[in-house]
Design a binder for this molecule. Structure first.
Ligand SMILES: CC(=O)[C@@H](O)[C@H](O)COP(=O)(O)O
Ligand SMILES: NCC(=O)COP(=O)(O)O
Length: 251
């Protein structure tokens, strides 16, 4: 079964909009895990617009206590600044089970592309090596169109995370079949290069079933934005259970 890692960034967006401690990111993450989610994802950004360093540490403790996967995502090249020690330093402090490296620029609204492995490979190599020495599985954010998964494998990555924004955009439109075919092809090429496959960005209860049914070997999806929105209507516990039903039925 494809694992569900719940991204709780959006809980922190709501909390930060007023200051204070509510809604509580750790409480929300615990509720997701109680409902059966396999892990927790966060993607702290240097501007600390949502998840902050203290959240990263607190969720590290929760996931360790619960024995579940912690997936820390972020840009390893963004410099440290006041309140943000840098992505690799956060990984040194919490040693997440999985570190997902994402090439986003500071101030970007959200992630919108994967690595150019030919251009970025040599810069990634020592970072991947350090993360692996910390005990992290390393995943690299990737576009389905990338032709260079062999380079990602060669610099030491264990997995790629397919950036599913374009799939979500194509879903329900006449270009859905071509989009699905592109992702299925990407997954086959990445598997052939020896990489495991994760996927994420703008996945939802609407578009998830087709993705996991048609794209082979997806080990994990990380989902946040749509899921937290859906939880406003359905409740967090019920929403997680619906996602798990979708993933179980698509096995
Ligand atoms: C890499 C990825 O697709 C997600 O981590 C996404 O970028 C979430 O980040 P935001 O919640 O800041 O949009
Ligand atoms: N890696 C993708 C992720 O964590 C969640 O992305 P989204 O569902 O918030 O778009």
């Amino acid at each position: 079964m494809t694992f569900l890692s719940v991204n709780v960034n959006k809980i922190a967006v709501l909390r930060n909009s007023r200051g204070g401690l509510e809604p509580d990111v750790v409480h929300a993450a615990r509720t997701c895990l109680d409902a059966g989610a396999h892990g927790i994802t966060v993607h702290p950004r240097p501007d600390a617009r949502h998840i902050r360093s203290d959240d990263v540490l607190a969720l590290g403790e929760l996931t360790r206590e619960r024995g579940v996967e912690y997936n820390l995502e972020g840009n390893p090249f963004a410099p440290a600044r006041q309140g943000y020690p840098g992505f690799i330093e956060l990984c040194r402090r919490v040693r997440p089970a999985q570190a997902t490296l994402v090439p986003d620029s500071d101030g970007q609204i959200t992630s919108d592309h994967g690595f150019d492995f030919r251009r970025d490979g040599e810069a990634l190599r020592p970072l991947v090596a350090e993360l692996k020495s910390l005990g992290c599985r390393v995943s690299l954010f990737a576009d389905a169109e990338s032709g260079d998964f062999n380079v990602a494998a060669e610099v030491g990555a264990d997995r790629i995370e397919l950036y599913t924004g374009p799939y979500a955009e194509a879903y329900g439109t006449p270009s859905q079949p071509q989009a699905v075919a592109r992702y299925a092809d990407a997954a086959r090429r990445a598997s052939a290069a020896g990489l495991g496959i994760n996927a994420g960005h703008d996945l939802s209860q609407d578009n998830l079933a087709v993705f996991v049914r048609e794209v082979p070997s997806v080990l994990e999806v990380s989902i946040g934005h749509a899921l937290i929105g859906e939880a406003l209507y359905e409740g967090l516990d019920a929403t997680i259970r619906h996602y798990l039903q979708i993933l179980t039925a698509s096995r």
